[in-house]
Each structure stands twice: as C-alpha cells, then as structure tokens.
Design a protein around this ligand. Structure first.
Ligand code: FAD
Length: 385
C-alpha cells in the first residue's frame, strides 16, 4: 500500500491528525495504523477528559482554546450521515488553588492567561469560601477560576474522531508496525507484523506511551516514557455544592462525574514502564487524605473504581515533541504528558499546516520541536502542571 502520510497510532492524536489532513483545502492521502482498534491499553479512553486554558505557555493556552471551540461544536461537526457525535461536553470550569508561597507563580500565569483572552477570575481565600462553602481555605493563598473550561467523555471523542476521519477519507488500518525502513535521511516504508508494507512520504509517530519504541525503529532515542497514573471514581455520602475541575496543592485533580467525582493524584516519582497493576492502597494513602483535607464534607466518600492508564511523559519538560525529528520526514507527535486529549484538535490542525502548508499557520509550535531535545533546552510550563 502507498499513501502520502502514514500515522502510527490511532488514538486521539492520530485520529485528529488524520481528520485535519483530510479536511484541509488541499487534502492528502492518509493511513492511520492502529494495532488495537479496541484501544484496551491506549491512554485516550483512560483519560479524565479535562480541558483547561490554565497554562503558562501561550502555546498550551492557545491549543486549549482551539480544543474548547472544537469540542463545543463536536457533536454536530463530527456527525456522519446525519448521526451526531455526542461527547458529554460540559463547561463546568476549572479551579487552580495554591498555598501563599505559590501566589507569585499563579499571578504571573493569570496575567499571561488574561493577555490571551482567557476568562479567568482571581479568588482570595474569602472569595473561594464564598463560592465553594465546603472548601477548607485556611492554608490557601489564592485560586484562579476559569468558568469556560470543562470536560468531556474521552471514549466518545475517540470514537467520534475516528468515525469522522474515516468518513472524510482517511484509511484506518488495523496492524502493528514492526519495523520502519529508511533510505538515506528519509523514512520510506512501514513494515507491519502481518508482513504488509505501507510506503509513505511522511510518517508521524503518534504512538503515545509507545512513541519511544517507534522512534527506536529509526535509531532515534526520545525522552518519552510511559508513566502510570490512576483515575479514581468516588462518590460522596452526601452531596456538596457543584464543583469545577479542581486542581489542588500537591497535584490532586478531580471533577464532578455522575453522582460523584473522577480524578486522582499523579505521582511523578512513579517508576516508568508499561505497568497496569493497581496498587489498591494508593487511594487510601494519597488521594483520600488530600480530598478530605480540602473538602471535609467529602471525608466519608466511597471509592467505586480505579483505572490505571499511562501518560506519555516527556522527561525533558512535560510538553509534546512535534514535527520532524532526526529524519526529515519522520515526525513526532508525542510526549503530551497528561494534556494530549485537550490538545488533540490543535495538534491535528498543526500537522495539517506543517505538512500541507509547509509550516505552522495558526499557532506557532516551533518551540515544541525536536531541536530543543537536541540542544537539551527544556521548554517548561511554569508552576503547577
Ligand atoms: C489517568 C489519565 C488521565 C488523563 N487525563 C487527561 C485530561 O484530563 N486531559 C487531557 O487532555 N489528557 C489527559 N490525559 C492524557 C491523555 O490521555 C493523552 O495525552 C492522550 O490520550 C494521548 O493520545 P495519543 O493518541 O497520543 O495516545 P494513545 O491514546 O495511547 O494512542 C496511541 C496508540 O498507538 C498505538 N500503538 C502503539 N504502538 C503501535 C505499533 N507498533 N503499531 C500500531 N499502533 C501502535 C496504541 O495501540 C495506541 O492505541 C490523561 C491520561 C491518563 C492516563
């Protein structure tokens, strides 16, 4: 088989890239190769589904802004043959809360967010208490609330994107990439485990937590590691006021879901690897104390479910690596480190620009390129991730 662009990995990133390549004014042929169309271990269906503009880097703010626009209209825009694609998009807002020592960082980020047109509201502890009466605020310095942020159902996004990508002409190939053949400084063809080959002008590595394995097939070492992170679902004994997606001190992050909440506490010290075991004490040890401290009325909550998933953690700086990497037509679209779902639409559009327009047109993502890896120059988010 021969195509213009072969995308390795059919999760949110791969599917979004395919959709935007096909819907560009000068579209190209695209094949998305996915080894497991049930997405049993993929990160996308295991995500929490949060979309926030509360970043410090303009690139991340703008990617989220576009993500919000795209997801707000997703149900209709991704309809196929008149059948809508509901994703449970909820503009429930985000809330970052920090201790007094972190106020300067929160303030600096707040100013960048304002400059980029984000609806952000500064709340002091009294303001937090007035809006969220169940919150313990005595150890807090301030909070930033972004009412236009929100969340959605990640599995529905994945299914909707894939269905639409196929409808607009992307080929969704089931197969495992086992090797990549190069000629000189260019990638030439993918070899699948089945023996099939796919010849392509561009290859995009959108294999998420497996991106390092794919990069190794062309002799490239990338600083992207699989990092386990749990998503817990828990229910309160008695309901409290409606909460936004709360990001607390020490990485506690959770949001309303059904009768309860979904979220967790990512542990950056977690040993890297493809580990899908569940440590059943983790919630009791780490998550419950953090939730009960911040919202005392939730201390009698009941844990209902724990799902492990993998971050494609970029060890250099926690931001994605995008565009040509090592070889001129071998692109990375990985290393999203926990933001890949919210940024998938913006990344899809960016790759369509990169490949079909010859460069970024809407959001300049050059700072997220491979060169910073070569130069060992991290481009980090400031403050809380
Ligand atoms: C618990 C948890 C919570 C999260 N919460 C959020 C959140 O609130 N908001 C947010 O934006 N992000 C969140 N994330 C991050 C988000 O899930 C990821 O950044 C995003 O899903 C990455 O999408 P992807 O398409 O790159 O990867 P994936 O969905 O993992 O897709 C990669 C695909 O590549 C395939 N593949 C691998 N190797 C091969 C091969 N050799 N051949 C063919 N196919 C291959 C895999 O089968 C897989 O399906 C969370 C992640 C976790 C784990």
């Amino acid at each position: 088989m021969k195509t213009d662009v072969a995308v390795i990995g059919g999760g949110a990133i791969g599917a979004a890239i395919a959709y935007f390549l096909r819907t560009h004014p000068r579209p190209c042929e695209v094949a998305v190769v996915e080894r497991d169309p049930a997405f049993r271990l993929a990160s996308t269906p295991r995500a929490s589904g949060g979309i926030r503009q509360l970043f410090s880097l303009p690139e991340n703010i703008l990617l989220s802004k576009f993500g919000l626009e795209f997801f707000a209209d997703f149900e209709h825009a991704m309809a196929v043959d008149g059948e809508p694609a509901p994703i449970g998009f909820t503009r429930g807002g985000y809330l970052f809360i920090v201790p007094p020592a972190a106020i300067p960082v929160l303030q600096a980020n707040f100013e960048v967010q304002q400059r980029h047109g984000v609806d952000v509201r500064w709340l002091d502890p009294a303001g937090l208490k007035a809006q969220f009466p169940s919150m313990y605020v005595d150890d807090l310095g301030a909070g930033v609330h972004s009412p236009t942020d929100g969340w959605l159902d990640p599995s529905s996004v994945l299914q909707g994107l894939r269905r639409k990508a196929r409808a607009v002409g992307a080929q969704l190939v089931t197969g495992e990439v086992a090797a990549i053949e190069c000629e000189g400084k260019r990638v030439r063809r993918l070899k699948l485990r089945s023996g099939e080959t796919i010849e392509a002008d561009h290859v995009i590595n959108a294999a998420g937590a497996w991106a390092k394995e794919i990069a190794a097939m062309v002799g490239l070492t990338v600083p992207i590691e699989p990092m386990r992170r749990y998503e817990h679902y828990f229910e309160p004994a008695t309901p409290i006021e409606r909460l936004p997606y709360v990001k607390d001190v020490n990485r506690l992050a959770f949001r309303p879901e059904g009768k309860g909440y979904t979220g967790g506490v990512p542990d950056l010290a977690e040993p890297r690897g493809f580990n899908f075991e569940v440590d059943h004490d983790y919630f009791e040890r780490v998550v419950w104390p953090a939730v009960a401290h911040r919202f005392p009325p939730l201390e009698t909550l009941k844990l209902k479910n724990t799902m492990p998933g993998l971050y494609d953690q970029n060890e250099l700086d926690g931001n994605p690596i995008l565009g040509p990497s090592g070889l001129e037509n071998f692109h990375l679209a990985a290393g999203f480190s926990g933001h890949g779902l919210m940024h998938a639409p913006g990344i899809g559009r960016a790759f369509a620009e990169l490949i079909l327009d010859g460069g970024y047109r809407t959001i300049d993502l050059a700072r997220f390129g491979w060169q910073r890896v070569v130069d060992n120059k991290p481009c980090r988010e400031r403050g809380i991730l």
